[in-house]
Design a protein around this ligand. Structure first.
Ligand code: FES
Ligand code: FES
Length: 490
């Protein structure tokens, strides 16, 4: 530990912390300045940008030991407040530059760094600045962000006023087709919008922090799980394994069973005990006083595997000699034939033009900025309550209630502000782990993925292998189509 004497947002502060700690963690965890967001945590996305002596710095990779005394640090909280906005924040609101808003504090701080040294940038210079400082936005497409910086620069140069760019309510009061600012934009541009991890930092002291023990193999039988060393690690309260879920260790998707589906939706355990089905499958959940302690203990859980063939593509898993990944459920478990019109073979034979080809679309991670995060607790009416970034609240609600055998009125799901999703956040697994943690320990439990877990253990846009054959008549009119699509949900 060491004392650091820093000027933060114009206030001299003495901060006692571990010199190895990152500036982002000190700002957020110790000083409560949660306007600085942490996305990737590895210096790649710019969400955590702050100004250090006027320079834009990614605080998630900035060690405290590298910051000399009397350094001036400016975070989003030091740029403007909801009742005293900086022109950049006003322009961000007006141009719709804060959509999910998770990137907004980092971008606004970065834009301030630019305009402080170049009050009259070109659009190219703005774009180049964000590129150089690795400010990434997954929602907007960047045009609105550059528009906002250009307008803010004009205000700062005195060419226009904040009032000039403010939204004016149309006389007829109709908002359709206008640039009416989204209601949550003010909180997003000032860093006062609390996303999942900001809320985790504000939970009561008795909150347990959970870390998953993820399988580091793709397909295997589990021979043994040894938690004895991990249980002795500092801060550990409970390590949950399949044995704690006797009779409830089924991720209950049974409501999704469909007539053509040979999978009844009950083929996955909550925690693996016999088999690993995919890389990252959770084998245990470590609940500890801090996230760091939980993660350190999770590393000490020993799992012995018997490796099985890893099928890394749809065609490999669909091959006739491939073993069943989920015993009792065929690997090709859902077929949806769509057959219309006449037999295509004879048409193809006679058609003057026939083309065919095979195509592959790769797996697509959504690469949202805010990794998976949420928490659970029992509320004062005895309801198991989960705060989540889920897009479809009914989904975790039904899966938790079926998995744990709770009546639906004893489960409540509340949506946190979401640092984007683009569809990945349909999977209710993390909510089930949070709920299980609270169900077993009786205490509030928070779960926060790091970006590696976000990448390998959340839903993705599925890869597809497609074969297509098209026939056309002499005028180019399409007359027949054979189309086979293999969707890899593995
Ligand atoms: Fe720091 Fe991504 S660069 S959170
Ligand atoms: Fe930029 Fe969502 S608004 S990442």
């Amino acid at each position: 530990m060491r004392v650091f004497r820093l000027n933060i947002n114009g206030i001299k502060r003495n901060i006692v912390c571990d010199p190895e700690e990152t500036l982002a963690n000190v700002l957020r965890n110790q000083l409560g300045l949660t306007g600085t967001k942490v996305g990737c945590g590895t210096g790649q996305c710019g969400a955590c940008s702050v100004l250090i002596d006027g320079k834009v710095v990614r605080s998630c990779v900035k060690k405290m030991k590298s910051i000399p005394d009397n350094t001036e640090i400016v975070t989003i909280e030091g740029i403007g407040t909801p009742d005293n906005l900086h022109p950049i924040q006003q322009a961000w609101i007006v141009h719709g530059a804060a959509q999910c808003g998770f990137c907004s504090p980092g971008f606004i701080v970065s834009a301030k760094g630019l305009l402080d040294q170049n009050p009259n940038p070109t659009r190219e210079e703005v774009r180049d600045w964000f590129q150089r400082h690795r400010n990434a936005c997954r929602c907007t497409g960047y045009v609105q962000l550059v528009d906002a910086v250009m307008d803010a620069a004009r205000i700062l140069r005195g060419e226009i006023t904040m009032e000039d760019i403010a939204f004016k309510m149309p006389e007829d009061g109709r908002l359709l087709g206008t640039k009416y600012p989204r209601p949550d934009a003010l909180a997003k541009v000032t860093g006062t919008c609390d996303y999942g991890h900001d809320l985790v930092l504000k939970l009561p002291e008795n909150t347990l922090h959970m870390a998953m023990v993820n399988a580091k193999v793709s397909h295997a039988n589990i021979l043994s799980v040894d938690i004895s060393e991990a249980e002795k690690m500092p801060g550990v309260h409970k390590i949950i394994t399949a044995a704690d879920l006797e009779g409830k260790n089924v991720m209950a998707f049974s409501f999704m069973a469909m007539p053509n589906n040979k999978n009844d939706g009950r083929d996955r355990p909550v925690l693996c005990d016999k088999k690993v089905f995919q890389y990252g499958d959770p084998i245990a959940l470590v609940c500890a006083d801090t996230e760091e302690q939980a993660r350190a203990a999770a590393e000490k859980v020993k799992v012995e595997y018997e490796l099985l063939p890893a099928y890394m593509s749809g065609p490999e898993a669909a091959a006739p000699d491939a073993m069943e990944i989920h015993p009792g459920v065929p690997n090709v478990h859902f077929e949806l034939p769509v057959i219309k019109g006449e037999e295509t073979g004879p048409i193809m034979e006679k058609a003057p033009y026939v083309v065919e080809g095979e195509f592959y679309v790769q797996r697509q991670p959504h690469l949202i900025l805010e990794p998976e995060v949420g928490f659970a607790y029992i509320d004062d009416e005895g309801v198991l309550t989960v705060h989540t970034k889920s897009l479809v609240l009914a989904l975790p609600h039904i899966v938790i209630s079926l998995t744990l055998g709770l009546p639906p009125e004893k489960v409540r799901i509340i949506m946190n502000p979401v640092g984007a999703s683009f569809g990945y956040k349909l999977t209710p697994n993390p909510e089930v782990y949070m709920a299980v943690g609270t169900y077993i320990t009786g205490r509030p439990v928070a779960l926060h993925y790091d970006y590696a877990q976000q990448t390998y253990y959340t839903g993705k846009r599925a890869p597809m292998n497609t074969y297509a054959k098209l026939a056309a008549d002499k005028d180019g009119k399409l007359i027949a189509l054979e189309h086979d699509v293999l969707i890899d949900h593995g």
